[in-house]
Design a protein around this ligand. Structure first.
Ligand code: BG6
Length: 494
């Protein structure tokens, strides 16, 4: 049993006027209220630099909930939620300003501090809270990504926060860990013996993890150009999904059992560096093209772009896990902006049967696949071989590929699929760290990713171009083709 409890919390949202808070955090807290998952006595204290009356703050929150939940607000829920809202104007770099907290928070209650701010001021916030004497062991802090730009800067941020908080008080968000279908990977693997016993190099040929986005940079050129797709998506989301797919069964579902197993996978990733990056990685940058029939500009023509940028908007990697279970089984990772559709899929390719009883009809069919659709149309699909019905005189049996498809929306009709942030905010309030990333995981992921980025930078080669609306550069196809494999063709593209 997990040791969690549903108690009232003072939820302090630093950066409440920012994009993340308006788009995701405030609407998610509202959805929790709607589902009666906010404790009746909890409070939400919005913190930002600008002056605002409580009524103005409440209006801003309401407007954004309506905008981002895309639903008319429920008057009953809103009146409960609105009563929980408080606003505090703080210059987060000014320790004196933190005294204002004393009239808003109650030190006998749990306090959750969500840092939805640039990481450069995480340290200032910690110092401010400390100077107002607010920090004790009941305070939890939630850190948004990016936690650093590489191993060194990530260590510096983690060190600053660790001066004031213990690891068991720190909740590092990777919103992919809050997605229902990502969580379902754990259920699929460990609650189903048909998968649990076939999940290794004896039965699996290779694994593909693709996270494709149809959007471009969405006005975030400044941030994105420093990061690139490797830091923005691979270092966190894709490596977290890979860890869940590849980890050993944890002893329990408690936070450290799961995180210990994920860490072992990250540690077993074979390093990619100067000596092997050309065989194992492909990076690309989109040029203008058409996505869903709409003409879109290239990366270098986006507003605010530096036209000499070599930042990658696409990455494909052949990752290898050097351990007993996965020896010889490549994990191909692929993620990019401005691809033909938004779709995230994990595809497990099983090995062929050792002996063919069925002649050409079998030889020409692909081996079994398990497709786990993380988004959209969340679900699981297995390809199986069947006999084509009918009588023949040849004595042979013709086979045909067919699909067993479990669509979550059909299987759980009427069940709303919660946004990842709803799940994660609830878990923080309950005090369960299982779905948050531990410091050693973040650092291990950075050290693997840094070595690839260093190799790219040293090579001085530009990223390969790909047209917006396609699946990435030609060499991404080559990465698999040279090993006799091909990327899974997502059914999200009609
Ligand atoms: C974020 C990245 O972490 O994840 C964005 O910073 C990306 O660039 C987003 O678009 C993708 O998340 P999702 O949930 O839409 O797949």
């Amino acid at each position: 049993m997990l040791n969690t409890s549903f108690e009232p919390v003072d939820f302090v949202l630093f950066g409440t006027a920012g994009d993340l808070a308006r788009r995701k955090l405030l609407p998610s807290l509202y959805e929790l209220e709607k589902a009666n998952l906010m404790h009746a006595e909890s409070k939400i204290i919005g913190v930002a630099r600008n002056e605002s009356s409580l009524t103005e703050y409440q209006d801003m929150v309401k407007e954004n909930i309506e905008k981002f939940t895309k639903e008319a607000i429920c008057p009953e829920t809103w009146s409960r939620f609105c009563a929980k809202l408080e606003y505090l104007q703080v210059n987060m770099k000014e320790p004196e300003d933190y005294k204002g907290f004393l009239s808003h928070v109650d030190d006998s209650r749990i306090m959750v501090c969500y840092f939805a701010t640039p990481p450069a001021i995480f340290g200032d916030i910690c110092r401010g809270l400390h100077s107002a004497n607010i920090i004790d062991e009941t305070v939890r802090v939630v850190l948004e990504k990016p936690i650093g730009n590489d191993l060194e800067t990530s260590k510096a941020i983690n060190d600053e926060v660790a001066e004031y908080f213990n690891e068991n008080q720190i909740y590092r968000i990777d919103h992919y860990l809050g997605k229902e279908t990502v969580l379902n990977l754990i259920a699929l693997r460990f609650a189903n013996s048909i998968f649990a016993t076939n999940w290794d190099h004896n039965c699996i040929d290779h694994v593909q993890i693709s996270v494709a986005e149809s959007v471009g940079i969405e006005g975030r050129w400044g941030y994105f150009d420093d990061a690139g797709q490797m830091r923005d998506m691979v270092q966190n989301h894709l490596l977290q999904v890979l860890s869940l797919v590849a980890m050993e069964p944890p002893t329990t579902l408690d936070a450290d059992s799961i995180r210990d197993e994920k860490l072992k996978v990250l540690k077993a990733l074979r390093p990619i560096n100067q000596s092997n990056y050309q065989q194992s990685t492909v990076r690309g940058q989109y040029i203008g093209g058409f996505v869903n029939g709409v003409e879109v500009p290239g990366y270098l023509d986006e507003p605010d772009a530096n036209e000499r940028s070599r930042t990658e908007t696409f990455v494909a990697i052949k990752a290898e896990i050097d351990n007993w279970r996965w020896a010889g089984v490549p994990f191909y990772l692929r993620t990019g902006k401005r691809m033909p559709a938004k779709t995230s899929e994990v595809v497990i390719y099983f090995k062929r049967q050792p002996h063919n009883l069925f002649g050409d009809s079998f030889a020409n069919l692909p081996p079994n696949k398990l497709v786990i659709r993380l988004q959209p149309d969340e679900g699981v699909e297995v390809t199986v071989m069947n006999k084509v019905p009918g009588l023949t005189t040849s004595g042979s049996m013709d086979l045909q590929k067919s699909y067993l498809n479990l669509s979550f929306s059909e299987a759980f009709q009427g069940e709303r699929i919660a946004d990842a942030y709803e799940k994660l905010l609830l878990e923080v309030m309950l005090g369960n760290q299982a779905l948050f990333v531990r410091r050693d995981e973040v650092e291990q992921a950075w050290s693997w990713v840094d070595s690839i980025i260093d190799a790219w930078n040293n090579s001085n080669e530009p990223p390969e171009q790909y047209q917006a609306g396609t699946w990435g550069p030609v060499n991404s196809i080559g990465l698999l083709a040279k090993e006799g494999r091909a990327w899974y063709q997502s059914k999200a593209v009609k």
